[in-house]
Design a protein around this ligand. Structure first.
Ligand code: SAM
Length: 212
């Protein structure tokens, strides 16, 4: 299976699913972005040496390791499920054995994405449907407040974008879609990436509402 093969190359273990125990949770289950999708993203979208990336709901860390390995940029993964977080941490030393030549840091933080304080240098934000639209709004609002304090262009990358996320970004923020990247061979129309960009001069703080 290709997913396991890629995992082995990186020295990590990220294949599988994990549901949350509570049924009515606003938090979605763990499932990694497929490597074939990441390969496609990396053909069209480049991370640059000065970028600082955050994966909100990083799971076992696949996206963090893959971006770090390919682009050598610092990346932070935030994960709220204790077992899943522990698995991300376990993956790190095994990955590092293979990637010791890459000096950029990889950090994993245990906690809720909606409580994460966005750092002034962070400018690339990745989401693969980690949580409900209410939590997404709160996280985007935190990003926007960070941009107001430290003006900079920022990108949001959505994999498998759901209508609620898209609607919110379109109607309530000044983010604009700058790229749509379809995964080759996909039969599901959601199997794609949308890249949204906010340029500071386009950001109107009054237009963004945190939680409705
Ligand atoms: C669909 S998985 C995506 C994993 C990873 N980003 C990837 O693409 O391979 C979503 C992850 O978000 C985590 N999650 C859900 N709600 C969260 C929250 N409020 N804060 C942090 N992590 C959360 C889940 O436990 C799960 O591991």
């Amino acid at each position: 299976m290709a997913e396991r093969k890629y995992d082995r190359l990186l020295g990590i273990d990220t294949v599988g699913l994990r549901e949350w125990r509570a049924r009515d949770t606003e938090y979605n289950r763990y499932e990694a972005t497929p490597y074939r999708a990441l390969d496609r993203l990396f053909q069209s979208y480049r991370f640059h040496p000065r970028d600082r990336v955050v994966d909100f709901g990083c799971g076992r860390g696949r996206v963090a390791f893959a971006i770090h390995n390919r682009f050598h940029v610092p990346i932070t993964g935030i994960e709220a499920h204790d077992k899943t977080f522990a698995e991300a941490l376990r993956n790190k030393p095994r990955y590092r054995e293979r990637a010791h030549h890459i000096s950029a840091p990889i950090r994993f933080e245990f906690g809720l994405a909606e409580r994460y304080e966005v750092r002034p240098e962070e400018n690339r934000f990745y989401f693969f449907n980690p949580f409900s639209k209410h939590i997404f709004k709160q996280v985007v609002s935190n990003i926007l407040h960070s941009v107001e304090r430290n003006l900079r262009p920022v990108d949001i990358i959505l994999y498998y974008p759901v209508p609620e996320y898209k609607r919110y970004l379109k109607k309530r923020t000044s983010f604009k879609i700058v790229n749509k990247i379809k995964v080759p061979g996909a039969t599901d129309r959601h199997d794609k990436f949308l890249v949204y960009r906010l340029k500071p001069k386009e950001h109107n703080p009054k237009a963004s509402t945190p939680i409705s």
